[in-house]
Design a protein around this ligand. Structure first.
Ligand SMILES: [Zn+2]
Length: 397
């Protein structure tokens, strides 16, 4: 019974995605002090109309799953505008509750992933007690339908004076249909990445952000989404099935970012993490017309290539599952990027080259053991990182 209490349906990919992938799936939520709302020791929902009874709302019921899928696919009336006060019925209420639970569950999944990284790498963190509540000055707030007007993006905000840090997940209209960011796994994961980035670099918040540092933050948030997908073993299995083990092929993993990027034609292609995209640092660094997202995609693309290189080099299907191999690589890369970010937290300006260099040095301190392969020599991993970033023009310092 206890497991059932912690299982909820989560929308894996974005509502607006053209990528073929099963949308809803049950996940086990590990959470301390989980309460109705839902809320726990780190997260609270704000401005909710009513608290969701976590134990009793059964989203896994086949009938409910069908209703939610229909709303997401715009096949039912309830998809028109479930937040219209005049349009309240049992179906729209169920979907509103689902939206709250879904937003909470994705944010919780991301925070748990990073908390595990901090806990297992305690010795590398010089006694730094990574306490998110202390770093934020309070809980992370999620507002799953904050705006009564159309808002084309989800956003994270942190108020340095009041310590209020909040993820706002708005709604928007395309061709007369309403879409909700709270149903986009990647949008929620991306914004939660901002919250983690802010916790580590709070002292630099509110300062005029250096363009490249800001782009790196956006890249970190896109990578947060990527890593939180790899954190789920069944997603790794699906990835191997879709790509047949060739991660350089176009796949749902290489196309994630922040929900709406595929709707913004100007961004199309640039946000993808596909290694075939021929982008180099020197081509982009002085282009003031690029957004932080577009510029940041260069770093995340190099990172994805690094992931791909590791997988190609160390996957041994004869002796070990490919899905588990990529799951373990994902865990290793989560540790690597988080520790590297921790090590640069005092630096106000953080360039791509600086970040890649710190990651390169950190490899020496982080043991990487793969079943079927054993302990991987750090010099080999460093070479993979060097090659992946160098081909994007991100040379090590
Ligand atoms: Zn962002």
């Amino acid at each position: 019974m206890k497991i059932l209490r912690h299982s909820q349906s989560v929308l894996l990919l974005q509502q607006t995605s053209s990528i073929e992938f099963p949308g809803l799936r049950p996940v086990f939520i590990y959470s301390k002090n989980l309460e109705n709302g839902p809320k726990d020791d780190l997260i609270e929902n704000v401005r909710v109309r009513e608290s969701v009874n976590w134990a009793e709302t059964d989203f896994l019921n086949q009938k409910n799953v069908k209703l939610i899928e229909a709303a997401i696919d715009h096949k039912s009336e309830s998809s028109i505008n479930v937040y219209n006060p005049k349009d309240v019925n049992a179906e729209t209420e169920l979907i509103r509750k689902f939206d709250m639970v879904n937003s909470y569950a994705v944010a919780r999944l991301v925070l748990t992933m990073f908390q595990r990284s901090f806990k297992t790498n305690d010795s590398l963190l010089q006694g730094y007690n990574f306490n998110l509540i202390e770093a934020w000055g309070g809980k992370l707030r999620i507002d799953a339908y904050a705006f009564d007007q159309n808002m084309p993006i989800a956003q994270y905000s942190f108020n340095f004076d009041t310590n209020i840090n909040c993820i706002d997940l708005g709604r928007y209209q395309i061709d007369g249909k309403y879409h909700y960011s709270c149903r986009n796994f990647d949008a929620i994961a991306h914004e939660t990445g901002h919250a983690v980035f802010t916790a580590l670099r709070r002292k630099h918040w509110n300062k005029e952000k250096d363009r490249e540092t800001y782009a790196l933050e956006e890249a970190f948030c896109d990578l947060t989404c990527l890593l939180s997908l790899l954190h789920q073993l069944d997603v790794c299995q699906a990835l191997i099935a879709v790509t047949k083990g060739d991660l350089s092929s176009k796949n749902f993993l290489s196309q994630i970012g922040e929900g709406l990027c595929h709707l913004q034609h100007a961004l199309k292609g640039l946000r993808d993490l596909n290694p075939d995209v021929a982008l180099r640092y020197e081509d982009l660094v002085n282009r003031k017309d690029l957004t932080a997202y577009q510029f940041g995609a260069l770093f995340s693309t190099a990172f994805y290539e690094f992931l791909n290189q590791l997988y190609q080099s160390y996957s041994h299907p004869d002796s070990y599952s490919q899905a588990e191999t990529i799951h373990i690589i994902g865990r290793y890369l989560t540790d690597l990027i988080l520790i590297s970010l921790f090590r640069t937290q005092e630096e106000e300006v953080l360039s791509f080259r600086r970040m890649a260099s710190v990651m390169y040095d950190t490899i020496d301190d982080l043991e990487f053991v793969l079943p079927g392969c054993g302990k991987v020599p750090s010099d080999d991993i460093k070479q993979q990182l060097y090659d992946s970033f160098e081909q994007r023009g991100i040379y090590l310092l």
